[in-house]
Design a protein around this ligand. Structure first.
Ligand SMILES: *Cc1c(COP(=O)(O)O)cnc(C)c1O
Length: 369
């Protein structure tokens, strides 16, 4: 039995009547830009994140970029983030004119190692972006503590962590700002590109409202130059249908993770580690094993969808050659890039599908013994 890496069709099938009605409603109203469903979704999503404001933007990368710009980050500034992240995090920093500095990750969680944060801070550092990678919040208390002492803006990259909790607090509610992506395969996914910034701060929310829409206070009244980065009303309508299901879907992902955990316990793979007090949402289920490439090949040829997040670490990626990163400077990030493997993970996954994947992994190791 083939098992896909994600199955977006299963989710649409379950929501079809409601979804089709919501999409048709936008088409009937023709309020495609900054329409009714967008402001309704922004209210719903802010409530979900347990913050005061959510501002819809075009994608998660823009959520990071506009969030930093709203906080006044720009040329001459430095922003610290995790070495193990998707390139969007560092792209967003560079695109404000600031420089990024990377910090290695905790080997257990693959998230920014708080013990290494302070040494990356220089007099130019203005902000830190903890990334809640794979759906597990970064260890925020020590990060917030360092940020407070150095007066840094904290922007959470929550693009993989919609609904996760850290010591009771929602991902996206702990920093000054948080960026979310609604890329279709994310835990909350649109039918195209979309993103949002969450914040408690009314002034930042107001700045973001201007930045995403050409600096317009009202039509053709431009108080500044901004960007064209609004969340489409059609996408907001899709997201609004899905949002009430998100906590349930995330609970299902934790169930799938528990099934995997039981079935892989006696095999030579490192399973996801969860920090005390953290409720992850398993955007990805990432294992680690030394014969990663052989296992990946084995599963792929059996029709099991697997991925690597990410196979080439940022310090080694081609775009960042010539930036002076030394081999061994980020030992954990560099090493795990060769060992991590993301298994199929989606809310609609069945026990039979988990059994199929786990059985194939077991057969792979039996064949090598
Ligand atoms: C998906 C993602 C982004 C970017 O989101 P887009 O909507 O694709 O622009 C940023 N950071 C992380 C960690 C992501 O996973």
């Amino acid at each position: 039995m083939a098992v896909p890496f994600v199955d977006l069709k299963a989710q649409y099938a379950a929501l079809k009547p409601e979804m089709d009605r919501a999409i048709q409603g936008v088409v009937d109203r023709c309020d495609f830009i900054l329409g009714k469903e967008l402001s309704a979704f922004e209210e719903d999503f802010a409530r979900f994140c347990e913050v005061e404001h959510a501002i819809g933007v075009a994608n998660g990368t823009d959520a990071l970029r506009l969030g930093l710009l709203a906080a006044g980050i720009g040329p001459g500034d430095e922003v610290v983030t995790a070495a193990n992240t998707f390139i969007a995090t560092t792209e967003a920093i560079s695109q404000t004119g600031a420089e990024f500095r990377l910090v290695d990750v905790d080997e257990r969680t693959y998230n920014l190692n708080p013990a290494l944060l302070e040494q990356a801070i220089t007099p130019k550092t203005r902000a830190v972006i903890p990334v809640h990678l794979y759906g597990q919040p970064a260890d925020m208390d020590p990060i917030l503590d360092v940020a407070r002492r150095h007066d840094l803006v904290v922007m959470e990259d929550a693009c993989q962590a919609h609904g996760a909790r850290y010591k009771g607090r929602r991902a996206g509610s702990m920093g000054h700002l948080a960026a979310f992506s609604f890329y279709p395969a994310k835990n909350l996914g649109a039918y195209g590109d979309a993103g949002a910034v969450a914040t408690r701060d009314a002034a930042l929310a107001q700045a973001l409202g201007l930045l995403r829409n050409h600096g317009q206070k009202s039509k053709y009244e431009h108080v500044m130059e901004g960007y064209c980065s609004r969340l489409d009303t059609l996408q907001a309508a899709v997201l609004r249908v899905k949002l009430p299901h998100l906590d349930g879907w995330n609970a299902r992902r934790r169930q799938v993770a528990a099934w995997y955990g039981e079935r892989l316990a006696d095999l030579p793979v490192v399973r996801p580690f969860v920090l005390d007090g953290v409720e992850p949402v398993y955007h990805l289920y990432v294992i680690r094993t030394e014969p990663r490439d052989a296992l990946r090949e084995y599963l792929s040829t059996r029709g099991i969808g697997v991925g690597m997040h990410y196979p080439i670490s940022l310090p080694r990626t081609e775009a960042y050659q010539g930036r002076g990163f030394r081999s061994g400077q980020f030992p954990v990030t560099e090493r795990v890039a060769g060992e991590i493997l993301s298994l199929p993970m989606f809310a609609e996954m069945t026990l039979a599908q988990v059994d199929e994947v786990a059985g194939a992994i077991r057969a792979f190791f039996a064949g090598r013994a």
